[in-house]
Structure formats: C-alpha cells, structure tokens
Ligand binder design. Structure first.
Ligand code: PGA
Length: 253
C-alpha cells in the first residue's frame, strides 16, 4: 500500500540552534519513534547537512530541500542545484509550493523542469498544487488542480511519475488557520487519484501518496488523515513546534 507521510515545511523560519533543538526533540520523543509513518523535515538549504546528521540512524526520518534550481549547474548566483542537494544526502525536495508560484513567479513550465531535474538526481519531489480562494469560490477548483497536475507531471513516464509525492494545498488554507474540511479535501484527493488512474492506471494511482496541506494542526490532523485518499500532511506552522508536530505524527496512527 501507499506510504503514510507527515512532512514539515519550515519555510524561512528558525535559526541554527532552534532548528537542531526542534529536530532532536522530535526524533528523541518516545512517542514519535517507531511509527510506520515516514516523517520528512523540509528545511532551509543552509540547515540541510546539520539536520541530515541528526536524522542519521533514524530510518523513518528524512530531509527535504524547499527548492532547487531547474538547471543542472552554471552561473546562477545564490541558487542551489539538484545535484548539490542530492550529493549531501538529501532525499526529497518540495516543488511547486504556492509561495514559490506567487512570490517567485514559478509557473507550470518551470515546475515541470524542476520535477525532471529532481528525478534525474534521484530526489523525490513533493509536488504541491491547489486552488486559491477566488478559484474555489467561482467553482474552478477541479479544473485548476487538473491543469496544475497535467501541465507539470503528466509528461512523465509511469515509472517516473510513481516516484512523486503529491500535496494538495488549497492556497486559501495555507497559514490562514482556515483548514479545508475533511470532505472538501477528500473530494479533491479522490479527484486527483482518478486523474492519475486515467493517465497511468490503477496501480500507480493506488500507490501515489497524496498529502493534504493548509493549516494542519493537532486538533484537525486525525480527522483529515482518516479520509480514504488522504495519505498524510504537509505541515507549515505546526511543524515549528515539536509538541504539535509530534501530535500530528501520532494522528497518522
Ligand atoms: P500551514 O502551511 O500549515 O502553515 O498552513 C502549509 C504549507 O505551506 O505547506
């Protein structure tokens, strides 16, 4: 069956000491050890290696970059390549987050390139998509997520696509405290899985982990995760507090 995953997205938060303290508290918590859930820390690039050192020897914990450049290397001052990230031992990368789309102008064509370069270097993309408030209110949610998925990922072979983790993150729920209801989230997740089945067949669809993101917190995680097509969460704000993140990992049980 598909993997159950809780991924944290720290965004541009925490300093070096806070970052290490947070991860140590989580991995050393007796309650979060030994669960069947895969836990991923999405950390700022500068902390990748120090957090990797901490998770070494803890096989259910992984580290994700929050971004990579779409080109393999070159004159891109300040950027970080897929090869660099992979070469230090990182396993995952978040691609297509709505903040990257909104503030850094990342569009479908660029995101398709980022997915390809991530796969080339054996990084697992956590590919984010989701509608904004105006799109939801005008009834375009399904069209928007279909286009975001098809324009970026449906150029991949079935073998390539099966390496992706998908994260449905309605933009209106990110950092707003407004969570999609389990019914709203489940409906979109089931739709995404049907699209994947239509393109790649039932086996790939059944095995693709689709995470929900947008104001996941200890109080709503269990209900969201109990939905048939919700295979875990991509957690922003609540991933910055060890107690909250541990509760969310426990909610996967
Ligand atoms: P949030 O962020 O949990 O703070 O809403 C989720 C995300 O941006 O991935």
């Amino acid at each position: 069956m598909r993997k159950q995953i809780v991924a944290g997205n720290w965004k541009m938060n925490l300093d070096a000491i806070e970052a290490k303290t947070l991860v140590s508290e989580i991995i050393n918590s007796p309650t979060s050890a030994g669960t069947g859930t895969e836990v991923i820390f999405g950390v700022p690039s500068i902390f990748l290696t120090s957090i990797l050192d901490l998770v070494k020897g803890h096989p259910s914990f992984h580290v994700a970059a929050q971004n990579i450049h779409q080109e393999p290397n070159g004159a891109y001052t300040g950027e970080i390549s897929a090869n660099m990230v992979a070469s230090v031992g990182v396993s995952h990368v978040i691609i297509g987050h709505s903040e990257r789309r909104q503030y850094f102008g990342e569009d479908d064509a660029l995101l398709a390139k980022k997915i390809c370069i991530a796969l080339e270097y054996s990084l697992t993309p956590i590919f984010c998509l989701g509608e904004d408030l105006a799109q939801r209110e005008s009834g375009q949610t399904f069209d928007v997520v279909r286009d975001q998925l098809a324009n970026t990922a449906f150029g991949l072979s079935a073998e390539e696509f099966s390496k992706l983790i998908i994260a449905y993150e309605p933009v209106w729920a990110i950092g707003t405290g407004k969570t999609a209801s389990p019914e709203q989230a489940q409906e979109v997740h089931a739709y995404l899985r049907r699209l994947i089945e239509g393109k790649y067949g039932k086996k790939v669809a059944d095995e693709t982990s689709i995470l929900y993101g947008g104001s996941v917190k200890p109080s709503n995680a269990a209900e969201l995760f109990s939905c048939e097509d919700i295979d875990g969460g991509l957690v922003g704000g609540a991933s910055l507090k060890s107690e909250d993140f541990i509760s969310i990992i426990q909610a996967m049980e």
